[in-house]
Design a protein around this ligand. Structure first.
Ligand code: GRF
Length: 200
């Protein structure tokens, strides 16, 4: 049985999608052993508690990144987490955090990386006028929205879209993509050669 640790800062819809996938057997032999937020008011934390999961708040405000990250890493290790899933976690991880979990931290980003990294990716894509966008699940490295890509899903930008309708359709694909990526990574049959993730 593999243990997942979920880090989030807000709404938590990707967390819920992962939890639902585990409950439905779409991610076999896995459990969520801890959900951690840097914000006490994150709706995702309330949802985690309502689902009976262990939910912790490790406040980040006013604290040095390294110090905050050390506390988060300690909590993840205490709960024997095998795979860390960032699900709307609005923090850049310190190098020591990343190095603690080599190829064991995933992130989801609402664009086709390397296009539109950073905040408000759907708005950036819409404003740029791309005809196709989507989402990316990737390993986390020391750079923002940067590590090897595990799964991408495309979403067409329709003539009648605004940034909100586009974001909604991307989010539907995010929920599918994250489950797919976690399943592949937990399965362990993959290689990472440079930037290339190849499932075997
Ligand atoms: C998602 O769009 C995700 O791709 C991005 O932050 C958002 C989090 O949404 N990293 P939610 O909290 O999972 O609903």
């Amino acid at each position: 049985m593999k243990s997942l640790g979920i880090l989030l800062s807000g709404r938590g819809s990707n967390f819920v999608a992962i939890a639902d996938s585990i409950d439905a057997g779409r991610i076999p032999d896995a459990r969520i052993s801890v959900v951690i937020s840097n914000r006490a008011d994150a709706p995702g934390i309330a949802i985690a508690r309502a689902r009976g999961l262990t939910a912790l708040v490790v406040p980040s405000k006013g604290r040095a990144r390294e110090e905050h990250d050390r506390e988060v890493v300690a909590a993840l290790n205490q709960h024997r987490v095998d795979l860390v899933c960032l699900a709307g976690y609005m923090r850049l991880l310190s190098p020591s955090f990343v190095q603690e979990f080599p190829h064991r931290i995933l992130n989801i980003h609402p664009s086709l990386l390397p296009a539109f990294p950073g905040l408000e990716a759907q708005e950036q894509a819409f404003a740029y006028g791309v005809k196709v966008s989507g989402c990316t699940v990737h390993f986390v490295d020391e750079e923002l929205d940067h590590g090897a890509i595990i799964v991408q899903k495309t979403v067409p930008v329709l003539d009648g879209d605004d940034e909100h309708t586009l974001a909604t359709r991307i989010l539907e694909q995010e929920h599918l993509a994250y489950t797919e990526a976690i399943k592949i990574v937990l399965g362990g049959s993959f290689e990472v050669a440079g930037r290339r993730f190849v499932a075997s």
